[in-house]
Design a protein around this ligand. Sequence first.
Ligand SMILES: Cc1cc2nc3c(=O)[nH]c(=O)nc-3n(C[C@H](O)[C@H](O)[C@H](O)COP(=O)(O)OP(=O)(O)OC[C@H]3O[C@@H](n4cnc5c(N)ncnc54)[C@H](O)[C@@H]3O)c2cc1C
Length: 453
Amino acid sequence: MAALPSSLSGRVVTDPDVKATYAVDESLGAAAPADYEVVRARDLADVVEVMRFAQQTGTPVVPQGARSGLAGGGVAMQGAVVLNVEALDTVHDVDPLEGVAVAGPGVINADLKQAAAQAGLFYPPDPASSAFCTIGGNVATNAGGLCCVKYGVTADYIRGLQVVLPGGEVIRTGRRTAKGVAGLDLTGLFVGSEGTLGVVTEVTAKLVPAPDPALTVLATFDDLERASAAIIALRQERHRPSLLELMDAATITAVQAVADYGFPQGCAAALIVQSDRPGHTAEDVQRYAAVLESAGAAEVAVADDAQEADALLAGRRALNPALEAKGHRFIEDVCVPIGRLTELIRAGQDIAAKREVEITMSGHGGDGNLHPCFFFDPAVEGSRERAEEAFGDLVSVALELGGTITGEHGVGSLKSRWLAQELGPAELARQRAVKALFDPAGIMNPGRVYWSS
Ligand SMILES: Cc1cc2nc3c(=O)[nH]c(=O)nc-3n(C[C@H](O)[C@H](O)[C@H](O)COP(=O)(O)OP(=O)(O)OC[C@H]3O[C@@H](n4cnc5c(N)ncnc54)[C@H](O)[C@@H]3O)c2cc1C
């Protein structure tokens, strides 16, 4: 690849071991290519410089935050500059009157929440990776998380952006104000664009009034179908839960193997349900407990103080490391209409049996967004292939059920082969035309999302 400008020399990662850590994200199979550079931008000028160089030389750019992505969107590619913006990590402003925060793209999600909390406000989107993923990465993937069932996803909280385009032009999209209908929603276009249009260098996020500390209900079920029926019942509550998470027996066993998080053994599924409604949490969790019992829960426990509630959620937050410890896996991220959730669960179990693959079934049940994991043993011939086929089978099922190939992790490189199937030719052609408008030379994360050639 062309030599980077000398003005960036202090920003280029030269230590081969350190550099290698910037080549991969958390997606399965991510590996460093032979030839790539990593630039750790320290300010807007660095980003502009890289984008100018990239356009002039036709060098691909891979924008990057904390590398917690699960779809392969932030992985280095041959001949590319990885443009890491983690160091742009300042919360510039929290404005309680307007209800906004302005932050650099490298601000960690949990730190933005903390800054909002200090002003008595709340930034809701909370991916399970909240402690280490960046707000820029959240914007680029339209990240979801545990509280989306009540609060929605990242897109619902982004009012405006500063973006550096290929060639180095800096643009602002959106607004700071509560309302605004001036022109097309370019902010919405960049949210979820996975680094294929430009580099996000500043985020103006909406904040909402702080909720009450959540209270929790834990319900166990003798079969997964009753659990999904309970999810459907809870979704129809007037005061929707602030969290509605599903774990199957295999998931519970994996979590309990790490530490005793208080989940009972021997049940087929558990639902964790929370309310954070100011002044009404105790009333809500009693109501949810009654709904869960009517839906056929075997046991229902109400954690009626904040400490117990946190303990139960700690078990849910331990899920990812627990599943990681279990072995190699493909992580699904399909999302279906809530009314089809039971069919998705049943199909996942059938696929696992047919392909002879071990599966765990868990995720954001309240959104119809599950993360089934298909495990494999690289030492066993054909094991990985069978897991991969099972992964693909479930994607097809999600589409047949009227769902999507990705609820929150993004398309990246792992799911680009299914994108045309979901979008159809007319929408795909328009999306490509929009991409070409912002990135005529096709240097932004090429081959990711739309372009699977
Ligand atoms: C344990 C674990 C739990 C997770 N739980 C959730 C969850 O509950 N919900 C959820 O939605 N996700 C979850 N994720 C996935 C991941 O954390 C999110 O996708 C997150 O938004 C990625 O942020 P990041 O800073 O790590 O971005 P990266 O992984 O560095 O990048 C992700 C994508 O965004 C692009 N990008 C990053 N920064 C910018 C920028 N400034 N400008 C333009 N493009 C950019 C990259 O090119 C790439 O395509 C989880 C991941 C892990 C490892």
